[in-house]
Design a protein around this ligand. Sequence first.
Ligand SMILES: [Mn+2]
Length: 327
Amino acid sequence: MKPSPMHQIAQTLMGAQSGLITCHRKPDGDAMGSMLGMGLILRHLGKTFTLYSQDGVPKQFADLALASEVVDHLSEDSHFDVTVAVDTGDQALLGDDVPTDHRRGTLIVLDHHSSSTPFGDLRWHDATAAATGVLVAELAQHMDVRLNRDLSELLWCALYTDTGGFRYSSTDARVLRLAAKLVEAGISPWDVTVKLYENNPVERMRLLGRVLCTLELSASGQIASLAITQQMVDESGADNSMMDGFINYARSIEGVEVAVQVLQQGEVCRISLRSKGRIDVGSLAQRLGGGGHHNAAGCTVEGPPGQVQQRILGLLEDALRDREAVQ
Ligand SMILES: [Mn+2]
């Protein structure tokens, strides 16, 4: 029988001396929790490791274990026995300094994105996992690495954020069983909540106020959109790390099936899509060169925000109409 990817990854990590651990650009809680969690696992195994995130550590994750050791740059002569990329569905989402040649060693990928472009030498992809943190936890247990308090807190961060606080449809018995284990390991859910959600910079709230004023509903009332221009961000004194979750306010409206957020970034717009479940926004984003999950996806589209917004709304209206036609 062919060894499982998890087993092969464990063997490779055991045989390595030095590791690079990294995640996708603009890291979320799952990317950060999984990356730092892999760091604790390698530390437990006595390996040397480097944690690299080109966009650094978002403020809300700055108090997590190992967060202060994350670097945002790798020197050109750095080399590793293994490189571990977590929560990354496409190699293009990795930071620019991740070595592409032999200097990276064996490239290991742990991921759960349903739409993804396979890459790496050893890939453990499980789209049924609620978070990459679930895979990191299962790897730790397979390698007899104890889920101590620090590791448990990182994994909780991964699980909690990727399931929207155990609310999304990805919330299954597997993730809840693991969550129970993390609580048994001594974490305090409220303490993590305070770290993650009760430390908002006031600039974020000022920006949120302005962004909510841009709310538009489609004629059918099923699509809600928000727009964030560079001017709004600048005038609020905020930065691009402070708008996480804004789109959920648009999706939360009664009757809305899909929420769209258009974020101006220079000449292009970063599009975020969130579905309540009837529309697969992952495949829509994929058609536009992006990716993601059934209910949460994103892509980048060229053009000014207003024009981009109209184009995306048109595509979504079509998707909703097609959906209604088959029902
Ligand atoms: Mn994830």
